[in-house]
Design a protein around this ligand. Structure first.
Ligand SMILES: [Zn+2]
Ligand SMILES: [Zn+2]
Length: 141
């Protein structure tokens, strides 16, 4: 996992550079699909006292700025990743909740056409593939 230049990313998005923002962005980049609790724990390890609410706020700002993408598979807390803009999809393990990236078939949103969008203008098709991950398959074998 390449490390990212969080400071440059924040500046590029015209966001003020703060230590919590840099720590959260770096953590999410290195650990894609982390949930808020995991991110907060890692950020606290690095910066000392940072409230979970502060981490929520940072994640919201980063998501709104388009630096972070939020995904929320059914039955799972929200997860965050810095792989944005390529409209990739996710495979989720029904047993252990493991998540992995899969490339979008088309590369841009929305990548699925509907026969009749009922007058809605569509900008995204969110696809989640559900199944069993290799670890769970190996354990059950
Ligand atoms: Zn699994
Ligand atoms: Zn992803």
């Amino acid at each position: 996992m390449p490390t990212i230049d969080a400071v440059a990313l924040l500046r590029g998005a015209a966001l003020r550079v703060t230590r919590p923002r840099v720590a959260v962005l770096t953590m999410v980049a290195g650990n894609p699909h982390s949930d808020t609790d995991t991110i907060a724990t890692a950020v606290r390890r690095e910066l000392g006292s940072v409230s979970t609410q502060a981490v929520y706020d940072v994640l919201r700002v980063l998501t709104e700025a388009g630096l972070v993408r939020r995904i929320e598979p059914a039955g799972s807390p929200a997860r965050f990743e810095t792989r944005v803009g390529d409209n990739h999809h996710h495979v989720v393990c029904r047993n252990c909740g493991a998540i992995a990236d899969v490339a979008c078939a088309v590369g841009s949103a929305p990548c699925l056409d509907v026969q009749d969008s009922r007058g809605f203008v569509l900008d995204e098709a969110e696809v989640t593939y559900w199944g069993s991950c290799p670890d769970c398959l190996a354990r059950d074998a």
